[in-house]
Design a protein around this ligand. Structure first.
Ligand code: SF4
Ligand code: SF4
Length: 114
C-alpha cells in the first residue's frame, strides 16, 4: 500500500532532473570550463604551455609573434595555465559542452590581430 501511495505522490511532484538539453543550469561560480586566450594581453612567454600537465597547449613561435593552439580534447580543465599566466591572458570560462566527432574541431587557435 505504501508503495502505491509513494507512486501517486511522485506522479504529481516536480521532476528531480531537468530536460537537458532543452533546459540548462548556469555553471556555478568558480566553475572551470574551456580556457580562452586574450592575445591582446599575451606576451608569448610560453609559461602556460610549460605548466600544462596534459600537453594541451602548443606554442608556435615566441614573444609577440607567438601563436597558441589549445587542444581541448587533451585539456583536463585544471586551470593551471590561467593561474600561471603573468599577464592574466587566460580565462577559464563556463563553457563545458565541448564534445565533437571531429578531433580537428577540438583545436582552438589563437593568433594576434595585427
Ligand atoms: S603564460 Fe600568458 S603571456 Fe605567457 S604565453 Fe601563455 S598566455 Fe601568453
Ligand atoms: S586547464 Fe590545465 S590541462 Fe587545460 S590547458 Fe590549462 S593547464 Fe592545460
Amino acid at each position: 500500500m505504501a508503495i502505491i501511495k509513494e507512486a501517486i505522490k511522485q506522479l504529481f511532484s516536480r521532476p528531480a532532473t531537468l530536460k537537458y538539453p532543452f533546459e540548462r543550469v548556469a555553471p556555478p561560480k568558480g566553475f572551470r570550463g574551456r580556457p580562452v586566450w586574450d592575445m591582446r594581453r599575451c606576451v608569448g612567454c610560453g609559461l602556460c604551455s610549460k605548466v600544462c600537465p596534459s600537453g594541451a597547449i602548443e606554442m608556435i613561435g615566441k614573444g609577440m609573434e607567438a601563436e597558441i593552439k589549445h587542444y581541448v580534447d587533451r585539456c583536463m580543465f585544471c586551470g593551471q595555465c590561467a593561474e600561471s599566466c603573468p599577464r592574466n591572458a587566460i580565462t577559464m570560462t563556463g563553457e563545458f559542452e565541448l564534445a565533437n566527432y571531429s578531433r580537428e574541431k577540438m583545436v582552438y587557435e589563437y593568433k594576434r590581430e595585427i
